[in-house]
Design a protein around this ligand. Structure first.
Ligand code: F6R
Length: 615
């Protein structure tokens, strides 16, 4: 959701800010704007639509040269995505410019109060109240940081706010509550951004900003306080990837590049997590073995693709540890009065580490006494920071909105957590753990094999580009794979797609099967529990008998499926529980090709945001 960039230094602020916004485009947005401080005045421009519209406006009417500025990509919440509602929002005198991510829940009351006092509003946004409030505090003698603190104390809801003032050319002030913001620390220049990718081309040194804090940056300094003005400790960190990791690297889309990076991402996520005896050592977990032995229930909370990884975690955790495991959509969790106590381990999975639904669910779980373990791809993000323990996935930056490599690394992290729990609690023998770890270590090679054989899948997408509906079936861990295949197709190819547990078919969804409808079926290994395999072979026959075009994802040498498959996509032999790591890949490739053939923006699908920072 909204991308935020602020800059003070010796470069042209506009160049830095627009480049930063470009790198934040992946977050999803529908309008963009910038403001700079120059010659004792503010100059700003904003446009609905893509960044290119803003760049064209800037080309037609350039802003003055300046080394202090801010920029914003907006994902509309209050007010349509129009020029008028795009950020920045200025006060009536045009002295303050504000950009905002999040929702100010009490804006209506504040707006009414300001309007009663004679303030004229020029947008439908919740943000604009902040511009007017800041301006009045500065007019009354506050400096900008003080004004920001005073205003924040009056605001309810979640927000990142960034402001500049015409009378204060050399600083940018920002505030954060429940919405992402980081500082980039340069040499004679400093940056503010929603995430580090905005400034990674300039610096890899970053500073976390905690909840309820205000930060002021100048070219040579950063001052951090809470909303009452008390100084707070700085937490610096180094970003372990560079600008090239966030580039397309010759691929047409980020999604293609990220699909191709999956073998490396999986290998990197396993790296350093197994000691020389083949024992797992998850040092960064920060939960003691005693605490893990106390656990009597695991609840996994996550959203979307991360939730599908969580569904796989349930199979692995219950099978390897015999600890009951529930999986819950984070957005539902705290509303159902869940049974959570000190012996509950809550596993919160989030690529971005900023998803508001997941954050709120984890806060609720901690209030109830549960211990929370985060699985996240984003160092320094809120969810790991607020959790008792963290296991980072090492997917590197994921730019395409549709999650691919982050998903595979989430699966790996879930397997590691399950195995570690089994190791600590003694439910798995050392040699059993070592055997699974060896099989995990073979997975990058197997994912590579799948990637090498994807041309027929792309061809199939081209053939099926006019399909009105696509169904996905799976059993056991193949069920979340089916859900993931359907989600990918919906989000980027805008096709009606549904994933089902194959056994549920006869309880309703089979009515959707009509001649020609493509049905993907994820088939478990015939070497696993044979009953599982046999049952799904029957399900393939059921849909085929009703005219479906069956596309079967099956292990090499699984001959039983051949008579019922219109198309077979082969995946390498691997243990049933690990099969999602290879079975989901053809579904990602299918969706990516389908979106491209149908002429849609693969990396930035409509209405979606990469980092979903509102509930
Ligand atoms: C789908 C997708 C989303 C995310 C979901 C959670 O491709 O990316 O469904 O998985 O929004 O995001 P994170 O993992 O950042 O919490």
């Amino acid at each position: 959701m909204c991308g935020i960039v602020g800059y003070v230094g010796d470069q042209q602020a506009l160049d830095v800010v627009v480049e930063g916004l470009r790198r934040l485009e992946y977050r999803g947005y529908d309008s963009a704007g910038v403001a700079v401080v120059a010659d004792g005045a503010l100059a700003s421009a904003k446009r609905a639509g893509k960044l290119a519209n803003l760049e064209k406006a800037l080309g037609d009417k350039p802003l003055p040269s300046s080394t202090t500025g801010l920029g914003h990509t907006r994902w509309a919440t209050h007010g349509a995505p129009t020029d008028r509602n795009a950020h920045p929002h200025l006060d009536e005198s045009g002295r303050v410019a504000v950009i905002h991510n999040g929702i100010i829940e009490n804006f209506a009351g504040l707006r009414a109060e300001l309007e009663d006092g004679g303030t004229a509003f020029s947008s439908d946004t919740d943000t604009e109240v902040v511009s007017h409030l800041l301006a009045s505090h500065v007019a009354a003698g506050s400096d900008l940081a003080d004004a920001m603190r005073s205003v924040c104390r009056r605001l309810d809801g979640a927000f990142t706010l960034v402001a500049v003032h015409a009378d204060i050319p050399d600083r940018v002030v920002a505030a954060r509550r429940n919405s992402p913001l980081v500082v980039g620390l340069g040499d004679g220049e400093n940056f503010l951004a929603s995430d580090v990718s905005a400034f990674i081309a300039h610096t890899r040194e970053a500073l976390e900003i905690g909840e309820g804090q205000v930060v002021e940056i100048t070219a040579n300094g950063v001052t951090l306080t809470d909303f009452d003005g008390a100084p707070v400790d700085e937490k610096r960190y180094h970003v372990d990837w560079d600008a090239s990791a966030a580039e397309k690297g010759g691929y047409d889309y980020f999604m293609l590049k990220e699909i191709a990076e999956q073998p490396r991402a999986v290998a990197d996520t396993l790296l350093g997590r197994v000691d020389s005896d083949g024992q797992l050592s998850l040092d960064e977990m920060r939960l003691s073995d005693d605490e893990l032995r106390d656990v009597d229930k695991v609840i996994v909370i996550a959203c979307g693709t991360a939730y599908h990884a969580g569904m796989v975690a349930k199979y692995a955790i219950e099978h390897w540890t015999r600890v009951p495991c529930e999986v819950e959509l984070a957005s539902e969790f705290r509303y159902r009065d869940p049974v959570v106590d000190r012996q509950t381990l809550v596993v919160a999975i989030s690529q971005s580490g900023e998803t508001m639904d997941t954050l709120m669910a984890l806060r609720y779980a901690r209030e109830q006494g549960a211990r929370v373990l985060a699985i996240s791809n984003t160092n320094g993000s809120t969810i790991p920071r607020e959790s008792d323990a963290v296991l980072y996935t090492h997917a590197g930056p994921e730019v395409a909105v549709a999650s691919t490599k982050a998903h595979l690394t989430q699966l790996v992290a879930c397997y590691l957590v399950a195995l570690y729990l089994g190791q600590v609690r003694g439910t798995k023998w050392g040699d059993e753990t070592r055997a699974v770890v060896r099989e995990l270590a073979d997975m990058p090679g197997k994912i590579d094999q799948v990637l090498e054989t994807m041309e027929p899948v792309r061809e199939l997408a081209r053939q099926l580009s006019d399909a009105t509906s696509v169904l996905f079936l799976g059993r056991h861990v193949g069920f979340p794979v089916a859900l993931e295949g359907a989600l990918k197709l919906k989000e980027i190819a805008y096709m009606h797609a549904e994933g089902f547990a194959a056994g549920e078919l006869k309880h309703g969804p089979i009515a959707l099967v009509e001649p020609g409808v493509p049905v993907f079926v994820v088939v478990p290994s015939p070497r696993g529990r044979s009953v599982l395999h046999d049952k799904i072979v029957s399900n393939i026959q059921e849909v085929r008998a009703r005219g479906a075009r069956t596309i079967v994802i099956a292990e090499q040498a699984d001959e039983a499926v051949v008579p019922y498959a219109d198309h077979i996509v082969r995946v390498p032999v691997c243990p049933t529980l690990l099969q999602p790591l290879v079975a989901v890949v053809p579904l990602q490739v299918f969706a990516c090709e389908m979106a491209s053939v149908r002429g849609f923006d693969v990396d930035q699908p409509r209405n979606l945001a990469k980092s979903v920072t509102v509930e």
